[in-house]
Design a protein around this ligand. Structure first.
Ligand code: MN
Length: 291
């Protein structure tokens, strides 16, 4: 199998705040407004490692709606708390993932935990928005809480390199999250002096964000923390190699939805009329109530 082509290679260095608890860099749609090229992934906010001072009142984002897609929150360092209008709540700790299907519409809030806030510390995380196909946009809202224990691990070699299968599938191992369109979300962790090859199905989009260390991809392209590589969707593989450093990547790959995208704030629908409807539903209380 041939190495896939790289169609976009970039980094985002200017952060912006989401609420007062998330210092993120917008990789998707991002500087190249990648929409169809990234589908089914629509938005990627990456909070590179950032130290938050101790505080008595937890930082975060207050009550807000979502509709028409899923949010996937991956915590590398730090600890988050969430609560939503279906009555669910919980925490997301180091190396844990929360996969929320907003579907037909939900209200939620996302904060650093009181314990983290009191101590202060490094927060390193990302949030990915996975678009839903039209037939699932009205899916019942739900959370999938993926703990360290229930994310399957595929060992790549004797040295300790591995892939955590968050969603989809890798080497025949099914991921922890149920997905609503064909996609895989992988947490790739390589030790020094390691190399691996990830095949991507023909026609799928694939995006590789480096979240730690140094490596090279497709034989020679150097890559460091904060770099993003977007691949062409011809059949092929992604080749990753480390030399004297560790490297960690989040690989997002999936079959493009090939449907119109109309985005407005926290809503991701297929038509302008559906956006008008979503705003109305939010205002008239259809998404429920959350304090
Ligand atoms: Mn949210």
């Amino acid at each position: 199998m041939k190495n896939k082509s790289i169609t976009h290679f970039y980094r985002v260095d200017q952060p912006h705040m989401v609420g007062d608890g998330f210092r993120v860099k917008g990789y998707l749609p991002g500087p190249h407004n990648l929409q169809q090229e990234a589908s089914p992934f629509y938005l990627l906010d990456y909070n590179s490692a950032h130290y938050f001072q101790s505080t008595e009142s937890p930082r975060g984002v207050g009550v807000h709606p979502h509709k028409g897609f899923e949010t996937v929150t991956i915590v590398f360092e730090g600890e988050l708390a969430h609560a939503d209008s279906t009555g669910s709540s919980g925490t997301i700790g180091k190396d844990e993932v929360q996969w929320m299907t907003a579907g037909s519409g939900v209200l939620h809030k996302e904060f650093q935990t009181p314990e983290f806030s009191k101590e202060g510390g490094v927060q390193h995380m990302l949030q990915l928005w996975v678009n839903l196909p039209a037939k699932h946009k009205h899916h019942t809202p739900r959370y999938q809480t993926l703990t360290r224990e229930n994310i399957p691990v595929v060992q790549l070699d004797e040295k300790g390199s591995m892939v955590r299968v968050i969603g989809g599938e890798f080497m025949g191992i099914k991921g922890a999250a149920e997905t609503l369109s064909p996609l895989s979300l992988l947490d790739i962790q390589l030790v020094p002096g390691s190399a691996t090859v990830i095949p991507v199905p023909a026609g799928w989009n694939s995006l590789l964000l480096q979240v730690d260390g140094q490596a090279s991809i497709q034989d020679s392209r150097p890559m460091v923390e904060g770099d993003m590589a977007v691949m062409g969707n011809e059949e092929g593989q992604i080749h990753i190699a480390t030399s004297e450093n560790v490297a960690r990547f989040i690989l997002m790959m999936g079959q493009p939805l090939n449907e119109p995208i109309v985005a407005y704030g926290p809503f991701l629908m297929n038509t302008q009329q559906e956006i008008v409807d979503a705003i109305q539903e939010f205002q008239n209380g259809t998404f429920g109530y959350l304090e």
